[in-house]
Design a protein around this ligand. Sequence first.
Ligand code: SAM
Length: 372
Amino acid sequence: MRLPLLRGVNSPPAHSPPPPLPLLDEREGTPFVPPSAPAPTSREPLEDQYGRRIRYIRVSITDRCNLKCVYCTSQDGFDYVPKPEILSYEEILAIMSSLVPVGLEKVRITGGEPLVRRDVVELVRGLGKIGLERIALSTNGILLAPLVDELHAAGLNHLNVSLDTQDPDRFREITRGGKIEKVWQGIERALEVGVSSVKINCVLLKGVNDSDFVDMARIALRWPIAVRFIELMPLDHCGLPQAQHYVSAADVLSRIERELGKLEPIPAEVGRLDDGPASYYRLSERPEAKGTIGVITPQSHSFCSRCNRVRLSATGQLKLCLFGDEFVDLRAVVRRPGWTPDDLIALVRDALTRKPKENAGYKDFAMQMIGG
Ligand code: SAM
């Protein structure tokens, strides 16, 4: 018998409460195992039914954010989840340390905005002790400058900062009130303290920031930063129609080439942790360039075949695909007295037999709950 997969995690911000937790006693039988395959031992690496090794979890630690970016949320925002429903740091660490022995290598802390949650440095310190190869964090950068020294000392070495323009007024419009100086202070401080990988994520928005793309790419001339351009995903509840604002990655690459010279593809390191959804390029006619250019193409090119990740929502729902609406409830496991890591591993393994082969099509969803 298969364990039940729950449906509906992607609920866009219709402000409906999450579905009730399943009582573990209601789960039927033991984890599903294909009849012909030998039963996996509890320490074999996590793999889905298409042979994709799962090494990477993105963990949203809060649904709260200190900005309201026009492509991510609506002016009204949405009702935050009550705190008791959010996983504690102890619960997050318990889940992650259960999965390290079965191949988890990388954790990315995301949100909402992860730096608005108190004591995030303690979480990073805890993650630093469980044998992960890489601890990463995605942030809008507003609270980064005062925290980045401690975050780095605690073990954080990979930082993605969202920044869609270099123009202070446009930044304020896109983020509905953000101050760009704070973001730059954070980025500069991250480079000073020696965070080994700093990336900037810029969402492509026709009619909003399209006059900034080449200037954003110029950041890679001056700084050792990967500047990554992300195609807009249609989150309808934001009120920013994708049909009107979509720009393809191919379009931005040709604009950059026209202004800054040839872009030479950097081969992906297949099977490595960096083999994520981004394709990277060198500014080959600009030997002075310290950084690189990247594109992430959720719309124009699928990267599902090399997907090595799953996502844990702030409320403990493990999502198998950003765009699917299936999840399993890990919070129910770690809140059950007497649970063991093997319970958790069995549930995750079973869920992975149903990780979709590819993105099954876009549905509106609450990005703050999932963290991109
Ligand atoms: N607050 C953190 C941050 O700003 O990076 C983490 C959460 S944020 C939801 C994660 C990423 O999702 C950001 O880089 C953001 O630009 C991206 N994102 C949000 N909505 C998007 C959309 N509609 N299309 C493409 N990317 C989007």
